[in-house]
Design a protein around this ligand. Structure first.
Ligand SMILES: [Zn+2]
Length: 264
């Protein structure tokens, strides 16, 4: 039975300790988070007027990458919607942007049809307008998945590392060697207590083995436990870390169920 402990769960950042499992499962969770969890992003842009220094395509591309708040309970993917791809309020969120005065146009200038869809970060620059230039457009956002386009990727750099295991043979470490080890570790994993080498925070260890190189063979042994992992991920703000984690777990569960059914 896989054991998951939540080490840290902030709005946009999560850190988990996953044990009694294997690298394949943890990697499946990582890949699901990246490519299967849906989020909202701008897909279609109708440009009414653009006299800025950037081409329409570049502006549309930049709009696509702006994180939008995603409520997976309210929206359905357009291809599964009862409107048959027409674009209705159940599958589509509309924004307008209209700027005529000089200055930088920011993501916050995108006006949603409903305040609840207000962009997550209003300070992302889109284009700078000079005297006499205008940008007027309409944009439609829909749900999509990271495997179709990176703009629909809800997380940045989900990663895992093997849980560190450090064995110390104190009989092979004199005072001088203890000092060397403490200095050699780039993550400050070790300290000295009553003349002995002690570990302060094992989770800081990156398995670089620098400590093993400065002592005699067998004094310290660092290895990774392939049944226990530290998993970290960060979202772009479209979904909270908790939402991404729950959604990814649901998707994985369904995939395993389907596989089990097919095997029968
Ligand atoms: Zn629809």
């Amino acid at each position: 039975m896989v054991k998951v402990e939540i080490v840290e769960l902030k709005d946009k950042y999560g850190k988990l300790r996953i044990s009694e499992t294997n690298p394949y499962f943890v990697n499946a969770l990582r890949r699901t988070m990246m490519s299967e969890v849906p989020k909202l992003a701008i897909e279609d842009v109708i440009i009414y007027d653009n006299t800025s220094s950037l081409f329409d395509e570049i502006i549309a591309h930049r709009l696509g990458l702006i994180p939008l708040p995603t409520d997976l309970k309210l929206l359905v993917p357009r291809e599964e919607c009862t409107c048959n791809g027409q674009g209705c309020p159940n599958c589509t969120v509309r924004y307008t942007l209209s700027r005529e005065e000089p200055g930088v146009v920011y993501s916050g200038d995108l006006q949603p049809e409903n305040e609840k869809w207000k962009v997550v970060d209003p300070n992302i620059p889109i284009v700078e307008l000079f005297e006499g230039q205008r940008l007027i457009l309409e944009a439609e956002a829909i749900l999509g998945k990271g495997r179709e386009h990176a703009k629909w990727q809800a997380v940045n750099a989900p990663a895992y590392k093997y849980y560190p295991v450090i064995d110390i043979d104190h009989s092979k470490l004199d005072e001088d060697a203890v000092k060397k080890v403490i200095d050699a570790c780039p993550r400050n994993v070790f300290t000295e207590k009553n003349g002995k080498l002690t570990i302060t925070d094992i989770e800081k260890c990156s398995l670089c083995k620098s400590c093993m190189e400065v002592v005699e063979e067998g004094a310290i042994n660092v290895k990774g436990d392939d049944t226990k992992f530290i998993f970290t991920f960060e979202t772009d703000g479209s979904l909270s870390a908790k939402e991404v984690l729950i959604e990814a777990a649901k998707i994985l569960e369904n995939k395993y169920k389907e596989l089990a059914k097919l095997l029968k």
